[in-house]
Write a new protein. Structure first.
Length: 313
């Protein structure tokens, strides 16, 4: 296990290097000029020249990448040219918001999708199976922004139970924090739950027909023990992979949902940065997202061995 972890960790830096090169290179292909955008409507040549020099926009591409990479290695992701704040501070400010929203969404997805998938597999071709499949189709088909608006109309406008938008830090008030996040988390979690239900059902159907499951039943074990102890452990492997990938996608920014509920997370940060050609912010956010995906995949690999000890060898 230790050797495996060291081998995977050794791939982190090369992967981040290639991601940084790709992101930095593609960023330069975007149309427009950041210096002209910052210079304002008058576009004074003196101001434009000053901005190009200040942000190294007049340097060759390789020089600019080297300056940026050198700063990243020392923990300096640069400064936002739009709001004049260090990118590191923006990431540390926005990442906990999106991370909490993503964690709550995954928790909701697991609590809905996993039991539904197990029931659908155990009650294959029954009313329960058809109902779970229809619910999964419904959850995957409804657009996030439309479901979010419906929830706001019901629970905020009509019933007055939850705030329609905004975000409150858990440090300030945990109850208000959960109240502001429960609707957007359900919007995101319902779509993931639908996919998780289908994956769980497929994996459980395959495992329930295996020889060792039939042997366990022949030994006189209860159906609950056979399903939950023997079958579910092996069926969880694709669910772990799906959960890690979905969590990584949520960390990269649930743009529409964050916009609907006015949540100041990664989604709004990256959209504003792209529209304003804020190179440093885009590069910093993408690099952090890539690192999150790498670590989540590593976590999934470790989880495989915990769920199924046979994989430890």
């Amino acid at each position: 296990m230790t050797t495996f972890l060291l081998r995977r960790l050794a791939l982190v830096l090369p992967t981040l290097f290639f991601v940084s090169v790709i992101v930095f290179g593609l960023q330069q292909l975007l149309p427009g000029d950041a210096a002209l955008a910052l210079a304002g409507e008058e576009r004074d040549p003196t101001v434009i020249a000053f901005l190009r020099q200040k942000y190294h926009l007049d340097e060759p591409l390789l020089v600019r990448y080297g300056l940026w990479a050198k700063g990243v290695l020392s923990g300096d992701f640069g400064e936002s040219i739009r709001i004049k704040r260090p990118v590191r501070d923006l990431v540390l400010e926005k990442l906990p918001v999106t991370a909490e929203l993503a964690a709550l969404a995954i928790l909701i997805a697991l609590s809905i999708g996993l039991p539904m998938g197990i029931l659908a597999a155990v009650k294959n071709n029954s009313v329960v199976d058809y109902a779970a499949t229809m619910a999964a189709l419904w959850g995957r088909s409804i657009p996030n922004f439309w479901l979010g608006i419906l929830l706001i109309l019901l629970f905020s406008v009509q019933l007055g139970l939850l705030p329609a938008s905004g975000f409150v830090s858990p440090v300030e008030s945990l109850s208000r924090n959960l109240a502001t996040l429960i609707m957007p988390a359900f919007v995101l979690g319902s779509g993931i739950a639908a996919v998780m239900m289908r994956h769980t059902r497929s994996a459980m159907l395959e495992v329930l027909s295996a020889d060792y499951v039939r042997t366990a039943r022949a030994k006189g074990l209860t159906e609950a023990r056979v399903v939950l102890h023997h079958a579910l452990r092996n069926a969880l492997l694709p669910v772990i992979t799906l959960g890690a990938l979905e969590f990584g996608e949520l960390l990269s920014g649930a743009v529409l949902t964050e916009q609907v509920f006015t949540i100041p997370g990664f989604g709004k940060l990256i959209v504003d940065a792209v529209f304003n050609r804020d190179y440093a912010v885009v590069q910093g956010v993408v690099l952090c997202t890539a690192l999150a995906f790498i670590l989540l995949n590593l976590f999934a690999d470790v989880a495989y061995t915990l769920v199924n000890p046979r994989l430890r060898g």
